[in-house]
Design a protein around this ligand. Sequence first.
Ligand SMILES: NC(=O)c1ccc[n+]([C@@H]2O[C@H](COP(=O)([O-])OP(=O)(O)OC[C@H]3O[C@@H](n4cnc5c(N)ncnc54)[C@H](OP(=O)(O)O)[C@@H]3O)[C@@H](O)[C@H]2O)c1
Length: 306
Amino acid sequence: MRIIFYGNHNKSAPWIAALQAALPGAEIEAWHPGAAPADHAVLWGPPQQLFDEQPRLRGVFNMGAGVDAFLHLKLPPQAVLVRLEDAGMATQMAEYVCQAVIRHFRDIDFYEREMEQGRWSFRKPLARSDFPVGVMGLGVLGSRVAQAVAHFDFPVAGWSRSRHEIEGVRCHWGADQLDEFLAATRILVCLLPLTPQTENILSRATLSKLRPGGYLVNVARGAHVVDEDLVALLDEGHLAGATLDVFRTEPLPQGHPFWNHPKIVMTPHASARTLREETVAQIARKIVAFERGEAIGGIVDTGRGY
Ligand SMILES: NC(=O)c1ccc[n+]([C@@H]2O[C@H](COP(=O)([O-])OP(=O)(O)OC[C@H]3O[C@@H](n4cnc5c(N)ncnc54)[C@H](OP(=O)(O)O)[C@@H]3O)[C@@H](O)[C@H]2O)c1
């Protein structure tokens, strides 16, 4: 079995070594133009040329959970596209979102500013019941996040395409229930995949339906957000703030209005990092199962877009 690796960076060697250790019988090399035909590809951010030159690929294993970058590429028709499922990202996402929700609810920004100024002052405690959290996307990451937030006793709702039942989470589904979900939400968390249906979903039309003093936590993809609408709603005061980990263009271009906006907290796409050990173990397990003809999880429905 031949496997090609493409990491879109110059740190391929430790990944290939880890894959080789997990699949000792396989012949694994970094992809380069003209590489011999392979059975599987383990990739992040591949160019179209790779697929054009690898018509025999049967498995295409993405080293990430989101596959939006693949929706614009043409894969060999027989190849299945497989995404990462959790692989250590769900706990990281739960940590990140809980800290953003709690940081906002507990007014930590205010206290940090006051302490920096040498002031010892207090704000009135707020009622958790006034900060209902709504999670868009109840998949591998969203369901874990919704449950983690619910453990802090916030009222939690979720919204997905199909019906879900999650303990402690009021579940909504489908376009018909979106408005009801938004109207009941104050802190909105986005964990949707980026598809033609979800691009620009966080716009004035949707964000203005949140409860007054709404707050956005976007940890999915930058293109879910209409940037100008978000800035306008923050400036108008309908939204109290936003925590953004992902951006339409990454790195975020200098001069973008998000930089230095007083109501925006940002991180550089760092909410859930790809962990080498977990990622390699999961992909190696799936390749072995695939070769045996067994069913594997995480096969992308490219028609649906996730
Ligand atoms: N910032 C980061 O570092 C980072 C890291 C990893 C992932 N991500 C992002 O997180 C996303 C989610 O990952 P995941 O593993 O949780 O994905 P997943 O398991 O595929 O879950 C996707 C969820 O979104 C729902 N959904 C999809 N299209 C919808 C639509 N049109 N309307 C309503 N709901 C819709 C799905 O509904 P159903 O359950 O009904 O199918 C599902 O609940 C990824 O696609 C990626 O963009 C970001």
